[in-house]
Design a protein around this ligand. Sequence first.
Ligand SMILES: [Mg+2]
Length: 258
Amino acid sequence: MASPFDSIIFDLDDTLYPSTTGIDKCIKKNIELFLIHKCGFSESKASTLRVQLFKTYGSTLAGLRALGHDITAEEYHSFVHGSLPYDVIKPDAQLRNLLRTINQRKIIFTNSDRIHALTVLDRLGIKDCFEQIICFETINPNLPKATRPEEFPVLLKPSLDAFKIALHAANVDPRRTLFLDDSIRNVAAAKEVGLYTVLVGKTVKSEGADYVVECVNSVPQVIPEIWGNEMEMDGDDGTMRRSKSELEAVLATAAVGA
Ligand SMILES: [Mg+2]
């Protein structure tokens, strides 16, 4: 049987590296500092406002602009990501080996800006494993042209419009595409646009999740169908045999790491 998937789309933060690095906490802290120092909100208000804006608008930046604050995406991203301790993200050789056994198209789809995405992929040592990075700038091409902050809404996952733009940019058929993300909201939206979905970093499937993996490196055990019949096929084709042994090596490493 051939693989049911022609393409695999990966979220980045907390999907390709675990939230235990603490990067997500630093991002939240920096967003609150942005609200205090750049927008003039009080320290006591910043934390609740960040959560409110995220719930209502999808992100703090989206919320601030929708409410008329003239904040550019560049100044927001450079403040929020500029001082992150990226050195806590280490090269992941196991993930690199795993990605290299996947012959399908591999695409990143992140709400983060391109500089952050490239920095993280570089730290993980997997930048060359992806053919395309769909990021904030891809989903929001008109934002720099806005004459007032609320002119164009900031689009981000889990908005269905963001997914539609991403699927178009990636030129994939959602019915033949696997999508991995750590966000329950993003997985539910991905299912709505017809993608096969993997919830990452949890133990229980959420609504719309076809699979759940505690860690991206567990994908071979949980979704072996990505590799189709390459595991069983052991004919004269050297390529097939090589990919079988590669996969077995990855599985062995994954088992040791578990
Ligand atoms: Mg994420």
